[in-house]
Design a protein around this ligand. Structure first.
Ligand SMILES: [Zn+2]
Length: 330
């Protein structure tokens, strides 16, 4: 799939040039997200088990894969189910006028109610229980007192630590009424995430994920962040392998049955350069054009990949259809 050109017919099938339809940068453009005041970390009851890095204050650099067995897999399933439930509760709270700190409060309570520790909290000093990344913030936004505005998009990234396992999932939610090009960014990212997961086959190279995601994103006029990838996850929050969402020809690592990792592409609608804000966390795209991300924790099975970050009803980050856009022409 080729990258769509400005003067090409739009991928959506409308009788218009891409640059006058889903590629219209005037509609996509956003004001720079200003960083607000960040409140104190929320307390976690003593009876809830903490990850080691919270106790020691240091994060190791493990190079090992996370391979699940009959003992560990049920625990990972539980952590992932909790993460999906917390994300669902947080997502229901997204609305114009709601601050990202209020979303953090709702998520925090949802973790605690389920006996889970919010893995982000005190991870390398991160002060909050979820990441909330608005518009041109590509990732690691810190919940603050900025109210969400009608037409914003916000990614909420949840990681739950339960029974010695981390489950990690995120979704991008639309706030009120968003314009069509922005809606298409979100929907394309949702579909790209599922395409990446669908490409998993035991024994095949891990680069199959990026080979599925990047051409699809480019065919709709979006680019894929290269600097951040998915990661092995299980007893360790961030482990091997590094999962590229772009085409990485040099990557020769292969999927193994029982391997658990995240698939979490970030798609961009403009330039690709970004800068970390002074808070040491917030990664903001330099041209302030919006970015979107979805994330699941998955398990390699004999047949392919199973998405673990779903509720008991099978609902997860990518289940939403409220942002659907017309299918591209065949
Ligand atoms: Zn279009």
């Amino acid at each position: 799939m080729e990258r769509i050109r400005s003067n090409s017919p739009c991928w959506c099938g409308a009788n218009a040039k891409y640059k006058r339809c889903h590629g219209d940068r005037r509609l996509l453009r956003r004001d720079r997200v200003q960083i607000g005041a960040v409140g104190p970390p929320r307390p976690v009851p003593d009876h809830i088990e903490r990850p080691d890095y919270v106790i020691t204050g240091t994060v190791g650099t493990p190079r090992s894969y996370q391979i699940q067995d009959d003992e560990s897999l049920p625990r990972l399933r539980r952590a992932c189910r909790v993460a999906a439930e917390v994300l669902q509760e947080a997502g229901r709270a997204v609305a114009p006028g709601v601050t990202t700190d209020e979303i953090d409060a709702i998520a925090h309570r949802a973790y605690i109610e389920r006996g889970a520790y919010p893995s982000d909290l005190h991870y390398k000093g991160f002060p909050k229980s979820v990441c909330t990344s608005v518009n041109g913030v590509i990732c690691h936004g810190v919940p603050d007192d900025r109210p969400l505005d009608d037409g914003d998009i916000v990614n909420v990234d949840v990681t739950a630590y339960v029974e010695g396992m981390h489950g990690d999932t995120s979704a991008t939610f639309v706030v009120g009424a968003v314009d069509e090009p922005t809606r298409a960014l979100v929907e394309t990212t949702r579909q790209a995430t599922l395409r990446g997961i669908d490409a998993v086959r035991p024994g095949e190279p891990i680069r199959r994920i990026g080979e599925a995601i990047e051409p699809f994103a480019r065919s709709r006029g979006f680019t894929v962040v290269r600097e951040y990838g998915g990661h092995g996850i299980g007893a360790t929050f961030h482990a091997a392998p590094q999962v590229h969402h772009h085409i990485a020809r040099h990557d020769t690592e292969r999927f193994q049955v029982g391997m658990s990792f995240t698939v979490e592409p970030m798609l961009l609608s403009g330039g690709t350069s970004f800068t970390q804000a002074d808070d040491g966390w917030t990664e903001r795209i330099d041209d302030d054009m919006p970015s979107a991300q979805f994330e699941h924790t998955v398990l390699v099975t004999e047949a392919g990949a199973e998405i673990l970050t779903v509720t008991a009803d099978g609902i997860g980050a990518t289940s939403r259809t409220s942002v659907a856009v017309p299918a591209p022409p065949a």
